[in-house]
Write a protein that binds this ligand. Structure first.
Ligand SMILES: Cc1cc2nc3c(=O)[nH]c(=O)nc-3n(C[C@H](O)[C@H](O)[C@H](O)COP(=O)(O)OP(=O)(O)OC[C@H]3O[C@@H](n4cnc5c(N)ncnc54)[C@H](O)[C@@H]3O)c2cc1C
Ligand code: SF4
Length: 336
């Protein structure tokens, strides 16, 4: 590991002040659970010169989870395990609870924060191993090893000629499906953005992953109440059940009328795309229909209509479609 300056702060204001006073030329990072950041520092992939430890902020509003008639507010420093096990989250927003519970291991979920989760970096092996010289995300302009090498786990949606790395998280799919808002505090003041605006597709500049401005701190995620949040679920397909990243996943939320006809649908995909992926084309095929296998298959076809598979990861199109069909049929069968 390389040397760095460490500072622990007790309030969001102190976190922003610490960011501003560290030399602007230094790579400054907030340290939450450290389960992504410290990992990548040990691998020499991330080389921050200043670490601002925000763990004490979980004793402020940033650690709180509030559920009310208007929706859900998840503080960014709430731990994954706390949110997964929160009774109101599990009852009224099961897709959120399940996306967190099916992620990582219990020990990691106890440490890792919600804010850090959505900012985790890709698991592309060529990004995480500095002995590979070509990685446009780690070393802009150097090329992409994955395009010429094994790329079984890589993305088929949202890819570019510069990068095909998969967004690895699960929680992000639940947030994007439920139209979540991200609350930010920054050196220039506070603002709110939709979660859908936060992650950037790789395009020609895969080194830029989010629209956050330097020093911006995620303070909370706000999930509006909606008729589809209770009939929602997260289905994750992975190599092993104990803990593993998704090969394919689907976050779905449905509102059905008394005749079980779809009057509201939210669909997002994981494991197959470069960013948390909202599948609005799939949603559009569901409205006004009774959800059966044929209707679910048509939605899955729409979701992958623009997929760009390569030699090793073409299986992800069929797997992603099957995952979405199963998720839709299971959600339709839920008793709500
Ligand atoms: C073995 C293993 C398996 C895993 N499996 C899964 C999985 O199946 N699914 C899944 O979703 N995840 C998985 N993860 C990833 C894990 O969930 C993330 O590492 C974790 O959620 C990151 O949270 P953290 O608090 O530790 O973030 P940190 O590592 O502390 O921070 C990550 C990044 O976010 C920034 N940051 C943190 N908090 C804020 C904030 N509030 N505002 C602004 N910036 C912030 C930091 O500066 C840093 O750049 C796995 C990790 C490991 C090691
Ligand atoms: S897929 Fe992206 S992260 Fe992986 S080697 Fe290529 S540029 Fe790097």
């Amino acid at each position: 590991m390389r040397p760095f300056v460490y500072q622990r702060v007790e309030s969001p204001q102190a976190a922003l002040a610490a960011f501003i006073t560290a030399p602007a030329s230094a790579d400054r990072q907030y340290l939450a659970g450290g389960t992504t950041l410290v990992d990548l520092m040990k691998l020499d992939v991330m080389r921050p010169q200043a670490l601002i430890d925000i763990n004490a902020l979980d004793r402020t509003g940033l650690g709180r989870i509030d559920a009310g008639p208007g929706g859900l507010r998840l503080g960014a420093m709430a731990r994954m395990a706390e949110a997964a096990e929160h009774p109101a989250v599990a009852r009224d927003y099961p897709v959120i609870a399940q996306s967190l519970k099916l992620a990582a291991s219990q020990q990691l979920r106890n440490m890792a924060s919600l804010g850090g989760n959505v900012l985790q970096r890709t698991r592309c092996p060529y990004f995480r191993d500095v002995s590979y010289a070509s990685c446009n995300k780690r070393n802009p302009g150097s090329g992409c090893t994955a395009l010429e090498s094994l790329h079984r786990d890589h993305a088929v949606l949202g890819v570019s000629e510069a990068c095909i790395a998969t967004y690895p998280g699960d929680f992000g799919q639940a947030l994007i499906a439920l139209d979540a808002i991200v609350e930010l505090a920054g050196p220039q003041g506070g603002r709110r953005i939709s979660f859908a605006e936060m992650h950037l597709m790789p395009g020609d500049t895969p080194q830029f992953e989010t629209t956050l401005m330097p020093g911006e701190l995620i303070t909370a995620f706000i999930v509006p109440a909606a008729p589809w949040t209770r009939r929602s679920l997260y289905l994750k397909v992975r190599q092993r059940e104990s803990y593993e990243f998704a090969l394919a996943s689907a976050a779905v939320a449905l509102d059905l009328d008394d005749e079980r006809i779809v009057r509201g649908a939210r669909v997002a995909l994981g494991g197959v795309a470069t960013v948390p992926w909202r599948a609005q084309d799939a949603e559009g095929t569901l409205y006004g229909k009774t959800l059966n296998e044929q209707v679910a298959s048509a939605a899955a076809d729409a979701a992958f209509a623009f997929a760009r598979p390569r030699a090793d990861n073409a299986y992800k199109v069929a797997l992603g479609k099957r995952t979405l069909v199963r998720a839709l049929l299971q959600a339709a069968a839920m008793e709500r």
